[in-house]
Each structure stands twice: as structure tokens, then as C-alpha cells.
Design a protein around this ligand. Structure first.
Ligand SMILES: *Cc1c(COP(=O)(O)O)cnc(C)c1O
Length: 480
């Protein structure tokens, strides 16, 4: 309430910035039920009030441009400003989705090129750039699996296998696509338990969804055996490639035996994300599944002209027009400014940074899997469990030190999970600062546990009802 009144509600009766003389004559033809009968209750503020209000709000934001953001699984890497420059070029920004195809060849070329770049990176044979997010790509991939089996008149395949470490969107997408989830357990190394997997296999399995490296940041070393097992029973392999950082330029999902992938270009390929979007989740497939991709996909004819096509057995359209074009454009700009041949440096640095943090903190926090990690490291809370200080407390206390907390309580199989993804764009100084702060917090947990109770202390609001904030966000004036 304090926050609302003092900072958010700045209206003062009868104060105005501008008096807009609205011409109401041309509204006289409006049907009376469309006309407002009571006065619009806008905030009554002066221009300086408005400027200060929004400028102050903008400064309360935390983002990759203001500080370290090791939110695991989210790949909060720096978003190069050149991508924004490209996306703001008027020729791209002002293009109309219904413009004649001859007038937008440049934009189609960007899409076509991006398709080719993503093919090269993943080893897939064709991409649809249409999905608007990672989870959207998952749904498309599952529809493809469904249609593939249905067109072969194989109707009993109703189950999709997912590891217990999977990202929450995986089982959700499986359910939305009308499949049942078969959960496969992880072993003590944090990877798929192949023996447990074998027990789940049958001719009712439509496929498997895997993330590799998985959400524990561990590479699935048995992937070739897994892909053979799934293919042998007639299933397909879906690759959740939301976080491709570790693999860039080092390995390809196609070589591991995957048939379908989605990529979160807003994570790996550095388009700004958070707060729900915008993103893009291009879906790539191997040759035999090309015809199932959602339309439209971009093709180039013999004369060098770009066109849109809908594949023959397409699962259909999954959104309006052509996907998030400007996000695809930023992806293209990101890959080309680095150069495909340099992409492996991203993975090397991301993996090095994660392991540097793992080793530096292992005497203070319990490392969940005692092995080399890939792009992220998962701790199981404080090493010293006697303090009673939980992962939530540590996350809240981190904010007092100006650091964005890591992802917490995910993956679900690690009880006090803290998933740290430092990404490649952070300097050693930043990592050292984070490590220092984390050590300090571990010492505080022993010596001054009281301080955690109502942390964070220095933020505008302290402990929020996070469930309510996510389910019922207040995002507008109720009385407008
Ligand atoms: C982020 C993420 C997703 C979901 O992506 P959205 O774009 O948020 O829908 C799926 N799987 C994994 C492993 C992720 O990290």
C-alpha cells in the first residue's frame, strides 16, 4: 500500500498537463451504446509529474543492462546493441505483413538466411520460424510427432517420455498436444537412467523429449544409445534446444539422433527477453519431417526469388503471419556479427564460467552433481544445512547485494535447487563479485541468520506473494 500510494498514485484533483481540445462533432454518428456516459477517470497530473513517474519506474527495473543476471535456464546474456540497430532500420521495422511479396524480398532473404544458419548450427534440414516462444515450438514439435504417426496409421502411440529433470513446459506441452506423459527417472549422475528408460518402451510410445545438456547442466552421455532405443521402437526424438549455448559450434542435435528441435533464439541468440516476451522458438526437423512443418516457410526459386510455401502435410498455421520477424532478424544479426565459425567460443566461455563458479563455491554450497557441468551449475542450497537458511532466503538476501538471484527450486529433483547460469558475456570481475557475495551470504547464514528473515531490505518491496503476483498481476487502474 505504501508503495502504491506514495510512488504509484501521483494524481492530484484538477491538475492538468495539457488541455486537449477534442472535436466531438465527428462522434455524433456513433451509436449511443458505444458512447461513454461517465467521464474517463484519468490520472490528473502535470507533464513533469508524468516524466518523473515513468523515469523513476524505469530506474526500478533490473535487467542485463544494469547488472549480473545468472537466472539458470534463461540464458540472460548481454544483447548486443547492433541487433537493435538492425531491427530498427525503417525498411525492416515498417514492413507491412500484407505487403506484396515482391516488395519485401529483403525481409524474406533475412528469414531464408536465418533458416540456413540454424540448419548449419543444429544439423537439421529445414526450419519453420513461425513459433513465438520455446513452449510454442514444443507444441509444434509434438503436433509433428502426432501427425507423423497418424499419417502412418499408427494410432496407438499416445505417450511421450520425459525425464524427471525436464523443464516444466515439456509436460505441459505434451498435455496440450493430447499425449500422456511417461516420466523417466534420472540416475545419480543427473542423466537419464537408461535401464529405467528401457522399461518404459513399447509400441505406445510416440517419442521422447530431451534437453541436452539437461537442466542440471549435465551432458547426456548416453544420448546415442537413447536415440537408438527410441528409434528402434518407432518413436521420434524431440530436442528441447532452449539453451543451446554449451553446444554451439561443438555438437549438433542431428548427430545425436534428434528428429525435431526447437531453439529459443531469445536465449541462445541474444534477443532481449523477460517479462513474457517477445521471443521466437523456430522449429527444425530432419528431411523426412520437412513436409510437416507449420506454414509458411521461406523458399528460394530458380530465379533467386524468395517465396512463402505451406508444406504438403503441414500441421497448419500456429500464429498470424510469419512469426516474430524482428526477433528472427536480431538472431540473424547476432550470428553474423560473431560469425558461425566463432560460435564455439560462446560455449567454451559459458562452460568455463559455470565451472569457475562451481569450483569457487563448492565449500559453501552443496554441488548437486559432482561432475564437470556445462553452461549452468545447480547447487542444492547451502552446504551447512544446520543454519535453517533456505535457498529462498539466500535468493532474497542476494538482492540486498544488487545481484539478481539464480533460478531457484528448479529442477524439481534437487530439493533446495539454485541454478546458476553465468553466461559467456560476464567478466571475471563480475563472477568474482558474485562469488564473494555468495560466500558472504553463506557466512551470514551461520553468524547472523536473523538478517535473512525479512530480506531483501533495500528493494522497493520486500517479500511478495509470488503466486498471487504471477496469477493475478495488477497491471491497470481498476477504475478507468
Ligand atoms: C526457457 C525454456 C523453455 C521455454 O521457453 P519459452 O520461450 O519461455 O516458452 C523450455 N525449455 C527449457 C529447457 C527452457 O530453458
Amino acid at each position: 500500500m505504501y508503495y502504491n500510494k506514495l510512488i504509484f498514485e501521483v494524481s492530484t484533483p484538477n491538475r492538468i498537463g495539457h488541455d486537449l481540445k477534442v472535436n466531438t462533432n465527428n462522434l455524433s454518428n456513433l451509436p449511443s451504446n458505444l458512447k461513454r456516459s461517465n467521464k474517463l477517470k484519468l490520472s490528473e497530473v502535470s507533464e513533469p509529474d508524468v516524466v518523473r513517474h515513468f523515469t523513476n519506474l524505469s530506474m526500478k527495473n533490473f535487467g542485463v543492462d544494469t547488472g549480473f543476471y545468472p537466472l539458470g535456464s534463461c540464458t540472460m546474456k548481454y544483447n548486443p546493441k547492433i541487433n537493435e540497430k538492425m531491427a530498427n532500420l525503417p525498411g525492416f521495422q515498417n514492413v507491412h505483413p500484407l505487403a506484396p511479396i515482391e516488395a519485401v524480398q529483403g525481409s524474406l532473404e533475412v528469414m531464408y538466411e536465418t533458416d540456413i544458419l540454424l540448419r548449419e548450427i543444429t544439423g537439421m534440414d529445414k526450419f519453420s520460424l513461425a513459433p513465438f516462444a520455446g513452449a510454442h515450438g514444443e507444441l509444434v514439435g509434438l503436433w509433428i510427432i502426432k501427425k507423423y504417426h497418424e499419417l502412418r496409421k499408427d494410432f496407438k502411440r499416445t505417450k511421450i517420455i520425459i525425464p524427471d529433470s525436464a523443464h516444466g513446459t515439456n509436460p505441459a506441452s505434451v498435455a496440450v498436444a493430447g499425449f500422456d506423459v511417461l516420466e523417466v527417472k534420472s540416475n545419480e549422475n543427473g542423466t537419464v537412467n537408461v535401464e529405467a528408460l528401457k522399461e518404459l518402451l513399447s509400441d505406445e510410445v510416440a517419442g521422447i523429449m530431451l534437453t541436452n545438456p539437461n537442466t542440471l547442466g549435465i551432458f547426456e552421455k548416453d544420448i546415442l544409445e537413447i536415440s537408438k532405443l527410441i528409434h528402434d521402437i518407432g518413436g521420434l526424438l524431440y530436442y528441447d534446444g532452449a539453451n543451446l549455448n554449451a553446444l554451439l559450434g561443438r555438437g549438433k542435435p542431428a548427430i545425436m539422433g534428434f528428429d525435431i528441435v526447437h531453439l529459443n533464439v531469445h536465449k541462445t541468440f541474444s534477443t532481449p527477453h523477460g517479462g513474457g516476451g517477445p521471443g521466437a522458438g523456430p522449429v527444425g526437423v530432419i528431411k523426412t519431417l520437412e513436409n510437416y512443418l507449420p506454414g509458411p516457410v521461406v523458399e528460394k526459386n530458380d530465379k533467386g526469388k524468395y517465396l512463402f510455401k505451406t508444406p504438403k502435410n503441414s500441421v497448419g498455421r500456429i500464429g498470424t503471419f510469419y512469426g516474430n520477424f524482428l526477433v528472427i532478424l536480431r538472431t540473424n544479426s547476432y550470428i553474423k556479427t560473431l560469425g558461425v565459425e566463432n560460435l564455439n567460443k560462446i560455449g567454451n566461455l559459458a562452460v568455463l564460467n559455470a565451472n569457475y563458479i562451481r569450483k569457487s563455491l563448492e565449500d559453501y554450497y552443496e554441488v548437486s552433481i559432482n561432475d564437470l557441468c556445462m553452461h549452468e551449475v545447480v547447487f542444492n542450497g547451502l552446504l551447512d544445512k544446520s543454519t535453517g537458511i533456505t535457498t529462498l532466503d539466500v535468493a532474497k538476501r542476494l538482492m540486498d547485494y544488487g545481484v539478481h538471484p539464480p533460478t531457484i527450486y528448479f529442477p524439481l529433483i534437487i530439493p533446495q535447487a539454485m541454478m546458476v547460469e553465468p553466461v559467456e558475456t560476464e567478466s571475471k570481475e563480475t563472477l568474482d563479485h558474485f562469488i564473494d557475495v555468495m560466500k558472504k551470504i553463506a557466512i551470514e547464514a551461520k553468524e547472523n541468520p536473523e538478517i535473512f528473515k525479512d530480506a531483501p531490505h533495500d528493494t522497493i518491496v520486500s517479500r511478495l506473494d509470488e503466486v498471487q503476483a504471477a496469477r493475478n498481476p495488477v497491471i491497470k487502474f481498476d477504475d478507468l
